[in-house]
Design a protein around this ligand. Structure first.
Ligand SMILES: [Zn+2]
Length: 249
């Protein structure tokens, strides 16, 4: 059994232990001071914050995002349908111009089907491109077979998107919204080429062009061409303007 130390023994022990305890205390206090200083240096910023630009100065990327809004579900569905039909196109940058011309999500169409080129490529609004692809793949193809026993290889176009007014200059043309396509000629798989300007010439080309023009009334809401006015003597104007009843002259 251990006995408690006697008074002289306690005094000797304190004399020996006290300096060690003091040394330990000083050592820990210095460690604590180092930790505190280190923690302080992490929390303190080494530089003053840089003022950020405010107000109307937007970074370039943000401006572009503002201008090119995301595709609506209708625009996405339209592109999906074009791909199903074998139409070849690329998305183009949005178009706006003075006077109200606007085409927010244009596509550049190079082919109306896997085997039918559109030359030169046309900048169009998607639903108008879809109307053109459906028309030339169905009515156009059937009429080419009937009149020429051939397929349409190339549709030659004169205008897609163009910022311009209609003839009288009061209203904007549907071309100003990418909703119109001017067709000036066709090339068939037997390499025969016909021009819409041959409309009044009689013979096979004229019969085909008259049938094509009649068939376009409905698939397109506006159909104009030779005989409408002096502006349309050498091409068909097809557009998809919203109307109650198709306007075909
Ligand atoms: Zn036109």
């Amino acid at each position: 059994m251990d006995l408690p130390p006697s008074a002289p023994e306690r005094k000797t022990f304190l004399c020996r232990a006290l300096p060690r305890l003091l040394l330990l205390l000083i050592f820990h206090a210095s460690l604590f001071a180092i930790d505190f200083a280190a923690a302080g240096s992490v929390q303190l910023p080494d530089q003053a914050p840089i003022p950020q630009p405010r107000g109307d100065v937007l970074p370039k990327a943000a401006k572009e995002r503002q201008e090119q809004a995301p595709l609506s579900s209708a625009e996405k569905a339209c592109r999906k349908e074009l791909r199903t039909l074998g139409v070849e196109f690329t998305d183009a940058s949005n178009v706006t111009a003075d006077g109200g011309c606007s085409l927010p999500h244009p596509i550049e169409v190079t082919k109306l089907s896997k085997r039918m080129r559109l030359e030169p490529p046309a900048l169009l609004e998607c639903s108008t491109a879809l109307a053109a692809a459906r028309f030339f793949q169905s009515e156009g193809k059937a009429l080419a077979r009937k009149h020429f026993e051939a397929d349409i290889e190339t549709v030659q176009q004169a205008s897609g998107y163009v910022c311009r007014p209609i003839g009288d200059g009061k209203d904007l043309s549907q071309h100003a919204f990418g909703k119109a396509l001017d067709v000036s000629g066709l090339v068939f798989s037997d390499k025969q080429e016909i021009k819409v300007g041959q409309y009044g010439d009689g013979g096979k080309p004229a019969a085909f062009l008259k049938a094509l023009r009649a068939a376009a009334c409905g698939p397109f809401s506006t159909v104009l061409g030779p005989g409408t006015n002096a502006d349309h003597e050498d091409h068909f104007h097809f557009d998809t303007k919203k109307r109650r009843k198709a306007y075909c002259r």
